[in-house]
Write a protein that binds this ligand. Structure first.
Ligand code: PHB
Length: 400
């Protein structure tokens, strides 16, 4: 693979990106965060993190001491899943491998945060049916798309609006896996309430048509996410919990900025977090997907939403904010945004192809291109074989 062409790297050494910041119980020496990245290398059956490659992959990306790594989305239960090659952290076998991964990260003096994930309507109804599991959602009167709706009907596993008892079980599973994460050595967890997955399906008025206390109003739509937040504050302490939101996202059939209630919805959630903070329970961070990326499957720079910003979050939530979305090729935007002393920057796709990304950002070095065709393949290729800058120069990548 060559370096990225038509990109003028700029050193960010003299910006706040390389100033320390406290996140939960950890003092980070810099603010480059590895964003959660689905890689589909876990083994089936059992959703076990890949025993051969995963610790190597994470260790490579943790090589710069003090890097905050948010893991790939990790299922809280079989019912929350449905992708065979995504890891979970509910079973002993999974936890044993996560211990190796956290050790590899900590050996570099970096930090590990586990992203806790439930799919809801973004799952595969046929895979769930194979395993005797429901196809869950906020409201079964709306569908993610015609293809999955038809598939669900074909395999006789139609969408299931969660009952209140189902919601209680999900909350228990978040607690169980948050405790497992900490017991296995993680520094904290991130609740995934973004990108159109289950918790986001409850937040969005397009996917949530409920008439009980989990739908119908801004407060009610936020209830499930806030119940998970409160349960994890209680279970592992607020300083070990972060929350990811994507106000403008349209991935997995979310409304995005076109919905007039959207900013109000997220302002409410952030206000509730700030109330908890004022009462002594400040979460470690809020992680926002920027309107720079409304659909993570699109190419770099595509699908940007120009009619809204996440700036409102700063007026409400007074703790640390990680901003993520197409920053690697835009150091000029990073330079501007990190002027705010509470801001960290999440880097995703270019952390896949640049294990030494932090040092490249600091020094203003060229970036390895990534190969999207190996993002989700069951191979070491495209996973543990991307070179550092010096290795890439030795390989002649700078001349390609
Ligand atoms: C994905 O697998 O494409 C994916 C997963 C989680 C996200 C976004 C995208 O939050």
């Amino acid at each position: 693979m060559p370096f990225v062409k038509d990109f003028e790297p700029v050193s960010l050494r003299d910006t706040n990106l390389f100033e320390p910041i406290k996140i939960g119980n950890t003092l980070l020496p810099h603010r480059v965060v590895m964003a959660p990245l689905t890689r589909m290398r876990a083994t089936h059956p059992g959703n076990v993190p890949n025993k051969e490659w995963a610790a190597v992959y994470y260790g490579q990306r943790a090589q710069r001491p003090g890097t905050m790594i948010i893991t790939e989305g990790t299922f809280i239960s079989p019912q929350a899943g449905g992708y065979d090659n995504v890891p979970g952290i509910w079973s002993d076998e999974q936890v044993a491998e996560w211990k190796n991964i956290f050790r590899a990260i900590h050996d570099c003096r970096s930090y590990a945060w586990v992203q806790l994930w439930s799919l809801g309507w973004a799952s595969f109804p046929d895979v769930l049916a194979r395993d005797g599991l429901r196809y869950d959602c906020a409201s079964d009167t709306v569908h993610i798309n015609a293809t999955l709706q038809e598939k669900a009907n074909e395999v006789n596993n139609p969408e299931h609006s969660l009952t209140k008892d189902d919601i209680k079980q999900y909350v228990k599973d978040y607690i169980h896996t948050a405790k497992n994460s900490i017991a296995a050595g993680a520094d904290g967890v991130e609740i995934h309430s973004a990108n159109g997955y289950l918790l986001n399906q409850f937040l969005d008025p397009h996917s949530n048509k409920r008439t009980d206390e989990y739908g119908g109003t801004i407060e009610n739509r936020a209830r499930f996410t806030l119940e998970v937040v409160d349960a994890l504050i209680e279970a592992i302490g607020p300083e070990r919990v972060g929350l990811r939101l994507s106000p403008y996202g349209t991935f997995n059939s979310m409304s995005g900025g076109a919905e007039p209630d959207i900013v109000a919805q997220y302002a409410y959630v952030l206000g509730e977090l700030e109330k908890r903070a004022k009462a002594g329970n400040r979460l470690a961070f809020v992680h926002l997907v920027e309107p720079r990326v409304t659909n993570p499957l699109l190419d770099e720079g595509e699908g940007e939403y120009y009619e809204g910003t996440n700036d409102f979050a700063y007026s409400i939530w007074k703790g640390p904010i990680i901003r993520a979305g197409n920053y690697s090729l835009h150091p000029e935007v990073v330079r501007e945004q990190v002027k705010d002393p509470r801001t960290l920057i999440g880097y995703g796709r270019f952390f896949i192809s640049n294990p030494d990304l932090v040092s490249r950002l600091e020094e203003g070095l060229p970036l390895n291109k990534y190969d999207r065709s190996t993002f989700y393949t069951m191979s070491a290729e495209g996973y543990t074989d991307y070179p550092t800058y010096n290795e890439a120069v030795e390989l002649g990548w700078d001349k390609n």
